[in-house]
Write a protein that binds this ligand. Structure first.
Ligand SMILES: NC(=O)c1ccc[n+]([C@@H]2O[C@H](COP(=O)([O-])OP(=O)(O)OC[C@H]3O[C@@H](n4cnc5c(N)ncnc54)[C@H](O)[C@@H]3O)[C@@H](O)[C@H]2O)c1
Length: 341
């Protein structure tokens, strides 16, 4: 494939990351961006050299010099832009989660299957070096048969209360739980068949954000592996990093432990503060956007260009959303739920 013309739909925090990589990769050119808010679209177009910006994605999708789009609208608003991009024949990098309802999933699957476009879902944890190395150890058999996994992936309170204007229309399960589930599917190499979850609503409820603070869930995989996952949106803002991350992977012969909370490998002490600057997710090194969150977007361009299969496709996103919906169902009814794909 020749150099590819790209567009971005939704130029908030993450759409800007798409624009940055589309604008800097040797095989891509950022042609246009779109956001409902004109100022955001104009600013991102100016910052990353796109010649046009729009507030209606149909105008962007109508351009013949755009072959692929990044879609980074809020969690609950992926369906319409995705279906429109499929109909316009554009390849798609869709932000996670793929969709947040059974109805959206069905409509998106239909549009995807009818379109022939290529779709990657941006579960960028698969490019996170410690998680990738854990996966490699599991695949090579150094831990023996996988027995169980524990994964705690939480956000500080700032995220649902100040960063995301649409937190009440999503949940920690969509925002981070979807990453948790995708990573555990990646490790296990098979699908979740049954879930059992409990949730609790205290802190966010009192702030008028009507979604649970926390879900604690048990997942059973087809091959018998069991996983315990915890996802909460109420970690104190004084946590050294936005996320609070701990993992344990237990095999019959070995075990891996990870504490990825807060870039603890790099501590900075200044006269007025101490902190842990980002060294892993999206640092800029010698002027180049690096880190696993940028690497997944770069990989989308590479694979679109060289024709190789995407590492995380439509089906992965679809299955993860089905597991999240089953967990929510289980937490509501305090009953185990079989996942129906
Ligand atoms: N890969 C990751 O780990 C990762 C990290 C952060 C966010 N995300 C995902 O990226 C998506 C966006 O998150 P964000 O933090 O950038 O949110 P955001 O609120 O900062 O940005 C969303 C933007 O979409 C725009 N928008 C909404 N509807 C639109 C429409 N119909 N047409 C054009 N623009 C529209 C909004 O105006 C807003 O500017 C979410 O799905 C989120 O879960 C993924």
């Amino acid at each position: 494939m020749e150099n590819i013309g790209f567009g971005v739909i939704g130029t908030g925090i993450w759409g800007e990351a798409h624009a940055k990589i589309f604008a800097s990769h040797p095989h891509s050119q950022l042609m246009a961006v779109c956001d409902l808010e004109a100022d955001k679209a104009r600013q991102v177009a100016e910052n990353y050299g796109a010649s046009s910006w729009y507030t209606d994605y149909e105008e962007l999708l109508a351009r013949s010099d755009i072959q692929a789009v990044g879609i980074a609208t809020p969690d609950f608003a992926h369906r319409d832009a995705f279906i429109a991009a499929c109909k316009a024949g554009k390849h798609i990098l869709l932000e996670k989660p793929l969709a947040t309802s059974h109805e959206d999933l069905a409509a998106m699957r239909k549009a995807y299957e009818e379109s022939g476009v290529r779709v990657m879902v941006d579960f960028h944890a698969r490019w996170n070096p410690p998680l990738y190395i854990a996966w490699q150890n599991i695949r090579e058999g150094s831990l023996g048969k996988l027995i169980s996994m524990y994964y705690r992936l939480n956000d500080i309170l700032y995220v649902p209360t100040k960063m995301l204007s649409w937190a009440a229309k999503s949940s920690i399960l969509w925002f981070l739980g979807s990453h948790t589930i995708d990573t555990l599917r990646f490790f296990a190499g098979n699908e979740v068949k049954r879930v059992y979850s409990v949730s609790r609503s205290e802190v966010l409820e009192k702030k008028g954000i009507h979604v649970p603070d926390i879900y604690q869930s048990i997942l059973e995989f087809e091959d018998g592996v069991i996983a315990t996952i915890e996802n909460n949106w109420i970690i104190p803002d004084t946590n050294p990093h936005w996320n609070d991350i701990k993992l344990n992977i237990l095999g019959e012969r070995g075990m891996i432990n990870m504490d990825l909370t807060g870039n603890q490998a790099f501590e900075r002490y200044l006269p007025d503060k101490s902190d842990h600057p980002d060294i892993l997710v999206m640092p800029t090194i010698h002027g180049k956007p690096m880190g696993f969150a940028h690497e997944s977007i770069r990989d989308f361009i590479d694979r679109l260009h060289n024709g190789k299969e995407f590492l995380v496709g439509f089906e992965d996103g679809y299955r993860v959303s089905k597991v999240v919906l089953a967990i929510m169902d289980s937490a509501r009814n305090r009953m185990p739920v079989e996942v129906e794909y």
